[in-house]
Design a protein around this ligand. Structure first.
Ligand SMILES: C[S@@+](CC[C@H](N)C(=O)[O-])C[C@H]1O[C@@H](n2cnc3c(N)ncnc32)[C@H](O)[C@@H]1O
Length: 176
């Protein structure tokens, strides 16, 4: 497992502080479950999505990793938590399979390409009004994420906080 892929402790702490203990959260991109477990420990109901497919993008930190090993670690970790539901598939598949879902927060940390984030955008549309939009990897090294945040979220929704490459918005429209 490559711990460099995971969120920083300070970022996990910010998310945990921002979430209510009764929140229903959709998490796109779980990896080994660092954030998943932290949210479940807080009491949140977590719907976690990850296909654990081999990554062919050399610039991605999971490139060359055996994702089935990572999945095994994730499944072991979550096995004792009744408040975590795991969906094995991509964000796009989860969207069409889970149209019953209502949720209070969405964590986007899956496919960081322009195509990936365009699909993830649909999760924001279905988020409760005043829910939390939590985006990881808002940084130069992920230009598609940076462009998405700058053009589609900033100035539209209320920014709650930024911690390094983590940025959180309230889905409350900014008054103009
Ligand atoms: C940066 S890691 C997530 C780290 C995790 N949030 C944490 O706190 O440790 C990205 C994860 O997204 C997953 N992923 C890649 N494409 C995806 C997609 N289309 N839908 C959902 N997850 C995806 C990868 O398998 C990988 O486990």
């Amino acid at each position: 497992m490559n711990t460099g892929v995971e969120m920083l402790d300070s970022q996990v702490k910010c998310i945990i502080n921002a979430l209510s203990p009764t929140a229903r959260v959709v998490e796109i991109g779980a990896y080994a479950g660092k954030l998943t477990i932290a949210m479940a420990k807080k009491g949140c109901r977590v719907f976690s999505v990850d296909p654990y497919l081999p990554c062919h993008d050399k610039t991605d930190m999971t490139f060359g990793e055996n994702m089935q090993d990572v999945k095994k670690i994730f499944l072991e970790k979550i096995s004792e938590y009744k408040n975590i539901e795991y969906f094995c598939g991509t964000s796009a598949c989860a969207l069409t399979s889970c149209d019953y879902l209502v949720y209070d927060a969405i964590v986007l940390d899956g496919d960081h390409s322009a195509k990936g984030i365009a699909i993830d955008k649909a999760w924001i549309e279905r988020l409760n009004k005043d829910g939390l939009i939590i985006i990881h990897d808002y940084a130069d090294f992920f230009p598609a994420i940076q462009k998405f945040v700058d053009t589609e979220l900033k100035g539209k929704y209320q920014e709650l906080l930024q911690e390094s490459s983590l940025i959180i918005f309230h889905k409350t429209e900014v008054e103009k």
